[in-house]
Design a protein around this ligand. Structure first.
Ligand code: 5GP
Ligand code: ZN
Length: 114
């Protein structure tokens, strides 16, 4: 836990969020500025910043994030209609929060590549 990290504070409950999933490794909550009817952030419970700081010990965790994103998509009724998983890394991708997260987007036809 990094006390200065927004998403660590969401994991700990210090900052409120609309939680949609949690287990011992992963948490998911609604994005505060939704870019689609369904916009959920899937994050590791532990503070992990960028993929470049991850190593083999994180492979299972990152895979678990993707599988839980698919499960959440199913639970929220957007698996069959389709969804997008996005990971922003660094300035050119517009990354705002330095705690690894997957954007799960769906609920409408999504345009473009991002
Ligand atoms: P990034 O641009 O870093 O990939 O995505 C960060 C996301 O976090 C943005 O989509 C932004 O709307 C969301 N976000 C920023 N602050 C908060 C917050 O306090 N609560 C929630 N639920 N989402 C946030
Ligand atoms: Zn963090």
């Amino acid at each position: 836990m990094d006390p200065d990290c927004l998403f660590c504070n969401i994991v700990s409950g210090n900052i409120p969020s609309t939680e949609v999933y949690r287990d011992d490794r992963v948490m998911a909550f609604l994005d505060i500025v939704p870019a689609a009817p369904e916009h959920i952030l899937v994050i590791p419970a532990q503070h992990l910043t960028f993929l470049r700081t991850a190593d083999e010990s994180h492979e299972t965790l990152i895979g678990h994030m993707a599988l839980m994103a698919d499960r959440i998509a199913s639970e929220r009724g957007i698996r069959d209609s389709g969804y997008r998983l996005t990971v922003n890394q660094g300035p050119d991708a517009g990354q705002q929060v330095d705690h690894l997260h997957m954007h799960l987007l769906g609920g409408q036809k999504l345009g473009g590549v991002a």
